[in-house]
Design a binder for this molecule. Structure first.
Ligand code: SF4
Ligand code: MG
Length: 335
């Protein structure tokens, strides 16, 4: 069953230069107990999508223009701020990239977890403290009782990220959104944190949306993948489908740059040439056309439609569209 369903989501930001269309008609679902990875370069709209789910699009500049976000069948774009706040934190937990900025440096870590528990659950102070210590143990921090009274600077980077995860879990969320949760960490610690997330998911049967630019992380931790580019999902499928039979040239490009988690090969990433299009005035056709080695004329003028390959796997690319040849000829003839 799907816990979260996003339908045709559009999010824009007003800036001095005009309106940036950051998310342009994104649809996906997250089933109970699964991890969906949303992957893409920075600025592709993946973080904005997660902010929309959390109701954290900064107003008045940012705006959910249209679309639905159904959490347990309720459209959370339509409910009051107060209701949304109740859901956020109580049913949806968020893990951010940099543990240093998401923790309060002047407050003991135990107190930060305890406050988060008390905000959403009717427990006594004493019960909340016990639960906080339990959570520290759950996220793999030994000596929970002693660590409870320490400050963030007394923890290593990996241990701090474990504390952030404990805070996100404080209210037994059904959905955890993890935005680049391991980006600030070194490779060995990354793998440990991903293992921890997997472990928690199994123990609690929660669902995870994992936002990342790193396909190595996806391979490690996800069940399904949505590849985003310029505010659009260009390909989606199970991890096996995306790694074994990718259908979109952008995914091919990303796969060439997959670092091996265990061999520290990060610096040898092969970047995809060029930059994403300007989202003030997104192109009419395929957003990847300006960087795609396979671009045809039709790609520039017409947005490719979704082509489905299996019940999970689809892509938006003219290469998979049988009409492409015909359209190409049509355009050639029409000139
Ligand atoms: Fe490349 Fe055309 Fe496919 Fe876009 S639609 S990815 S430009 S081949
Ligand atoms: Mg981001």
């Amino acid at each position: 069953m799907s816990l979260l369903e996003v339908n045709d989501l559009r999010v824009s930001f007003r800036t001095y230069g005009g309106e940036v269309q950051a998310v342009r008609g994104v649809s996906f679902q997250v089933n109970e107990g699964e991890t969906l990875a949303i992957v893409g370069e920075s600025g592709c709209g993946k973080s904005v999508t997660s902010q929309a789910i959390m109701g954290m699009i900064p107003t008045p500049k940012g705006k959910v223009k249209s679309g639905q976000i159904l959490f347990k069948d309720k459209d959370i774009t339509k409910i009051s701020k107060k209701k949304l706040q109740q859901i956020r934190g109580a049913e949806i937990g968020m893990i951010f990239q940099d543990p240093m900025t998401s923790l309060n440096p002047t407050m003991k870590v135990g107190s930060q977890i305890k406050e988060s528990i008390l905000k959403h659950q009717k427990l006594t102070k004493h019960e909340a403290i016990e639960k906080a210590i339990e959570l520290l143990k759950l996220v793999g921090i030994p000596d929970g009782e002693k660590r409870y009274s320490q400050y963030p600077h007394e923890f290593s980077g990996g241990m701090r990220q474990r504390v952030v995860i404990a805070i996100a879990l404080a209210c037994d969320p059904k959905l955890i959104i993890a935005d680049e949760p391991t980006t600030a960490l070194d490779v060995t610690i990354q793998a440990q944190i991903l293992d921890l997330l997997k472990d928690i998911q199994q123990k609690r049967d929660s669902s995870i949306i994992l936002i990342t630019h790193d396909l190595g992380v996806v391979a490690e931790a996800a069940d399904r993948v949505a590849v985003m580019y310029a505010g659009v999902i260009v390909e989606s499928g199970t991890v096996e489908e995306i790694f074994e039979s990718p259908k979109h040239p952008y995914t091919w490009g990303l796969l060439k740059s997959v670092p091996k988690l265990d061999s520290l090969e990060k610096e040898r990433l092969i970047p995809i040439d060029g930059t994403p299009p300007d989202l003030f005035a997104p192109p009419e056709g395929c957003p990847f056309a300006s960087r795609c080695p396979y671009a045809m004329e039709v790609c520039v003028s017409h947005m490719p439609e979704i082509q489905t390959f299996t019940s999970d796997h689809y892509a938006r690319c003219w290469l998979n569209d049988q009409r492409a040849e015909a359209v190409k000829e049509f355009i050639a003839v029409g000139r």
